[in-house]
Write a protein that binds this ligand. Structure first.
Ligand SMILES: *Cc1c(COP(=O)(O)O)cnc(C)c1O
Length: 326
């Protein structure tokens, strides 16, 4: 019986996503056997981890008879792009609250937000949550029925998408006759890592789950992950006793801050592109894969360990960054 079976869900993502070996990269890095989980191939205006979360979030919005989705993020937010696409697919309107000021030219994800028909509201320095609440109040006053999709899609509903993803992985591993010592993912708003952790506990998956922090000190991220995992576990009827120490987080790769591409990200993006022909993104997977390469070089893994790099998408962000990735 599937753990997520009784939670309402719409079908959006192309699942299961491929689980594949990376033989040239494995040779290049020596030491560890590196595989990839292609959540950049989920579909939904290209792909990415938000497609899995939106299967549960959109179902909840439809159950509440909402007719407009509101969400928010950075100007190059992948979550905003996929929320706009999900809204279009289900005939809902979409308003995106984006951080900062409107750039002179819409590129990358912002271009796609517009193409997908979303309205954009620029938050300047104001907290996104506050502006999203204002937008919701304004829509209600105009007779609309808004539904706020939380930042990164990371509440217990959205994170359930990654409990289901762990179910998918365990099934795939059995079918392909492969096991993993460690999963490596980028971690930011926490829904991905928290969902995987709840799924791992429920299914007895024994590998490590290492989150490479994108924008937070380890302690802050671990606290957030523990709270979110508890909420998800309680909701799904899994043992909810999670503490910050249960989460493996590497915070040595924050570099110049959120969305700043440095040598680590640039070299990682080029390495993956030129050894395997796979595109990473400038904000999340470039940083997380750069972190993994550095940890391998530092000797953080045993010889022959099998590591799964979970590609969470975001490649459309490349077109918002231009030549800084070269
Ligand atoms: C949002 C996002 C992440 C982070 O996932 P969280 O669930 O927010 O931790 C990782 N990679 C990409 C490409 C994303 O868009």
């Amino acid at each position: 019986m599937m753990l997520t079976e009784n939670v309402s869900r719409v079908s959006i993502a192309h699942l299961p996503t491929p689980l594949e070996a990376l033989p040239r990269l494995t040779t290049h890095l020596r030491k560890v056997d590196v595989w990839i989980k292609r959540d950049d191939q989920t579909g939904l205006a290209t792909g990415g981890n938000k497609a899995r979360k939106l299967e549960f979030l959109v179902a909840d919005a439809l159950a509440q008879e909402a007719n407009t989705l509101i969400s928010g993020g950075a100007a190059q937010s992948n979550h905003a792009r996929q929320t706009a696409a999900a809204a279009a697919k289900f005939g809902l309107a979409c308003t995106l609250v984006l951080r900062g000021e409107e750039p002179p030219v819409a590129r990358g994800n912002l271009l796609l937000d517009r193409l997908l028909g979303a309205e954009t509201v620029w938050a300047g320095e104001r907290p996104l949550d506050e502006v999203m609440q204002d937008v919701a109040a304004d829509l209600i006053a105009r007779g609309r029925r808004p539904y706020i999709v939380p930042y990164g899609g990371s509440n217990r509903i959205g994170a359930t998408g990654y409990v289901a993803a762990m179910e998918e992985l365990v099934t795939q591993c059995a079918k392909q006759g492969v096991t993993f010592d460690c999963l490596v993912i980028p971690s930011s708003s926490g829904g991905t890592q928290a969902g995987l952790a709840v799924g791992a506990r429920a299914l007895g998956f024994e590998g490590r789950i290492l989150g490479v922090s994108i924008d937070k000190p380890a302690g802050v991220l671990q606290e957030l992950l523990a709270n979110l995992a508890q909420a998800v576990a309680r909701w799904l009827g899994v043992e909810p006793d999670f503490s910050p120490a249960d989460f493996d987080v590497a915070d040595g790769y924050l570099g110049g801050g959120y969305g700043v591409v440095g040598d680590l990200e640039r070299e990682a993006i080029q390495m993956m592109a030129r050894t395997e022909g796979i595109l990473l993104d400038p904000v999340y997977t470039g940083r997380a894969f750069g972190g993994l390469v550095d940890l391998i070089h530092q000797g953080a893994f045993e010889n022959g360990e099998r590591v799964l790099f979970w590609h969470t998408g975001g490649t459309t962000g490349l077109f918002g960054y231009g030549e800084v990735v070269l």
